[in-house]
Design a protein around this ligand. Structure first.
Ligand code: ASP
Length: 345
């Protein structure tokens, strides 16, 4: 029996992937994704039906803000019943932030949402965008035993499919720009697409409607420790008006100076209700605050463990969880456990 076609919605948000060289002038001009079958006739050979929507306005991903994440999540929710999967074309610079945020905003996702983009515009001969786009479409439409193969928010780039909230952009130059240091790829692409099914999260039930969170909190800051960070500076950062939570990027396995003033300043902030979440500034490995005295003191001061979370996941998780406006205890309970596979304890 012939496998039914999957229907895929491609959403173009902006970024390098959506550019091509104008034959007459040689300048970069927008690529028309609505004419995708004319640009890539070979797409007709995939067992998918494709529709395209372009976000308005199309933006460079450095200008993306939480309102854009909510709008994008809303667009996917509004089209959820009509499509089997979604491909989001996004600038690479902040793609991991947007994709992490969407993983939290979607509260019962059961269909693939695959982010991709490119380092070289899609309309340039040597582009990496063509392969990224075509394989992302194939993955968004792939099924296993009649169900979507990867019903998660994922990110496909240069032959690897990752859980989106484990990724980070690591190169402004290399075509394999993204890394997922602490979680294995969900698929590796060579001659075939080799899915790593045990690593994929699968919802117990597939609700027909997608529920999304309505708001994301502001008041989040990221503070990266460095030797020489002074008391005045740290104190003034932690007393910024409106501050609600800090992602503290510590050294190694979650370590920070043991000086009295440092711990005192953190304790005072925590005493004022500010959440401090400890992640490591190393790409690979995790925070384990019991390992050294330098981490233990943070734990005793009330700093939360972020385990092996990326900065992108930590920031967007805090925005999501604080946006739920729960009690202090419920908020901490959600921050202490993985909600969408964003960390391994
Ligand atoms: N500045 C672009 C963006 O992130 C870069 C890219 O798409 O790769 O929108």
């Amino acid at each position: 029996m012939e496998t039914p076609k999957s229907s895929i919605l491609i959403i173009y948000t902006g970024g390098t992937i959506g550019m091509k060289t104008d034959a007459a002038t040689g300048a970069l001009v927008p690529f028309d994704f609505s004419a995708i079958y004319d640009e890539f006739p070979s797409l007709k050979r995939l067992n998918v039906d494709i529709d395209v929507q372009t976000m308005s306005p199309v933006i460079d991903s450095s200008n993306v803000a939480p309102d854009n994440w909510i709008a994008l999540a809303g667009l996917i929710r509004d089209n959820y019943a009509r499509y089997d999967g979604f491909v989001v074309l996004h600038g690479t610079d902040t793609m991991s932030y947007t994709a992490s945020a969407l993983s939290f905003l979607f509260e019962n996702l059961a269909k693939p949402v695959v982010f991709t983009g490119s380092q070289i515009p899609i309309g340039v001969l040597r582009t990496d965008g063509r392969e990224n786009l075509i394989t992302a479409i194939e993955i968004a439409g792939a099924r296993r035993n009649g169900a979507p193969a990867v019903p998660e928010v994922s990110l496909y780039f240069q032959n690897r499919l990752f859980r989106a909230n484990r990724t980070t952009k690591r190169s402004a130059e290399a075509l394999n720009a993204f890394r997922s240091y602490n979680y294995p790829p969900l698929a590796e692409v060579g001659v075939n697409i080799a899915y790593n099914f045990p690593a994929v999260i699968r919802p117990a039930v597939a609700d027909p409607e997608l529920r999304i969170a309505r708001r994301l909190a502001d008041g989040i800051a990221v503070i990266k420790l460095f030797p020489g960070l002074g008391e005045q500076i740290l104190r003034s950062m932690l007393s910024a008006p409106g501050l609600r939570a800090v992602v503290l990027e510590t050294f190694g396995a979650g370590n920070a100076p043991t000086s009295e003033w440092f711990i005192r300043v953190l304790r005072e902030a925590i005493g004022h209700g500010i959440i401090i979440l400890n992640i490591t500034q190393c790409g690979g490995g995790k925070v384990s605050m019991e390992l050294y005295e330098t981490g233990l003191r943070l734990q005793k001061a009330g700093v939360l463990c972020g385990y092996d979370m990326t900065t992108e996941a930590a920031v967007s998780k805090l925005m999501y969880v604080l946006g739920l406006e729960l009690s202090g205890e419920e908020t901490l309970a959600l921050l202490r456990k993985p909600l969408r596979g964003e960390f391994s304890a």
